[in-house]
Design a protein around this ligand. Structure first.
Ligand SMILES: NC(=O)c1ccc[n+]([C@@H]2O[C@H](COP(=O)([O-])OP(=O)(O)OC[C@H]3O[C@@H](n4cnc5c(N)ncnc54)[C@H](OP(=O)(O)O)[C@@H]3O)[C@@H](O)[C@H]2O)c1
Length: 295
């Protein structure tokens, strides 16, 4: 099988014949509803020069994504809880602005989303109780309520909303590592956040990565403590639904998101992804386009 070749799969939780093949893409699932409110269809792609809101821009994936979008010529509005911390991490750049806001506060979000063409949500908290839950910043409040608030704040005609979720969101009730991971509801609430996005009618793309590797090491998970890297796993396997396990590089994930907002064919798709041995698409937009292609 070659990168980008299509694989038939009737059950979205099973990647028939996918195994660990590189660049494989399973069959399409039904796409989400069209633009909400019966308005004229918006263009589904975001172009360099347009503004993308990155929620979670102080996080591991969020920092990388903001940097990659800037590098590709987008304007970036970083929605962050602490702008001073964000500026220390991301630096000051002409095409980068910081907006203070918390996803749990709808009043913050209308201001943050005004005038943006794209929204990328990379926020999250820890799966198990930790200091990150301070002030009730639990999985329910971030991964569900917060995401739903951000979806509701999407401006009319938004071209694309990309949500970074997780593998396991459709499998947390099955005996699996995901059942343990979901003991405090993280996967269940990520799925509810996804559902709110899909039901909204906003053009969307959802990424469900495996356990994240590569820095910046900002979260509290085991791979962060061990500073896990993708190493020789520079290639990526992508499938639709929730059928992959393993690990995913934050660098490749951020690159995938920064590419996906530019392709019409990624609208309405939910991808799971993992890093695998090989050279991979790197920053090659054509390779990402093929990898994310479905009929
Ligand atoms: N770690 C894994 O192995 C793994 C696996 C699969 C999926 N994921 C998911 O992948 C995504 C990215 O992961 P990551 O490791 O890059 O995340 P991360 O480093 O933990 O970053 C989380 C980000 O969310 C922000 N945030 C948290 N609560 C917020 C709130 N109430 N309002 C606004 N911002 C808030 C944080 O801001 P502050 O800087 O202000 O705290 C931070 O920028 C997350 O959704 C994560 O759950 C992770």
């Amino acid at each position: 099988m070659e990168p980008g070749e299509r694989v038939e799969s009737g059950d979205p939780t099973v990647c028939q014949g996918l195994g660990m093949r590189r660049g494989a893409v399973a069959a399409s699932r039904p796409r989400g509803p069209g633009p909400r409110g019966g308005r004229a269809a918006a263009k589904a792609t975001v172009r360099p020069g347009e503004t993308v809101l990155v929620a979670g821009a102080t996080g591991g994936v969020g920092q990388l994504l903001a940097a990659k979008l800037l590098q590709k010529g987008f304007r970036v509005r970083a929605l962050v809880r602490d702008p001073a911390k964000a500026e220390t991490l991301l630096g000051a750049q002409p095409a980068l602005e910081f907006v203070q806001g918390d996803l749990r506060s709808p009043a913050d979000l209308a201001r943050a989303t005004a005038g943006v063409e794209g929204i990328c949500c990379t926020t999250g908290t820890t799966a198990f109780p930790s200091a990150r839950w301070k002030g009730n910043n639990t999985p329910e409040m971030t991964d569900f309520v917060g995401v739903k608030n951000l979806v509701n704040a999407a401006p009319a005609g938004l071209s694309r909303f990309v949500l970074v979720s997780s593998v396991g969101v459709e499998r947390y009730e099955q005996p699996s590592p995901y059942m343990i991971l979901n003991l405090f509801g993280v996967l269940e609430n990520k799925k509810k956040g996804e559902d709110a996005l899909v039901a909204s009618g906003v053009p969307y793309t959802i990424f469900r990565p495996g356990r994240l590797t590569d820095g910046p090491y900002t979260s509290y998970d085991l791979n962060t403590l061990l500073q896990g890297i993708a190493g020789e796993r520079q290639d990526v396997t992508v499938a639709l639904g929730d059928c992959l396990d393993g690990e995913m590089s934050r660098i490749a994930l951020a690159e995938g998101v920064a590419n996906a907002i530019q392709f019409e064919h990624t609208s309405g798709q939910t991808y799971c992804c993992m890093s695998v041995d090989g050279d991979g698409p790197g920053e090659d937009a054509e390779k990402w386009s093929a990898m994310l292609m479905v009929e």
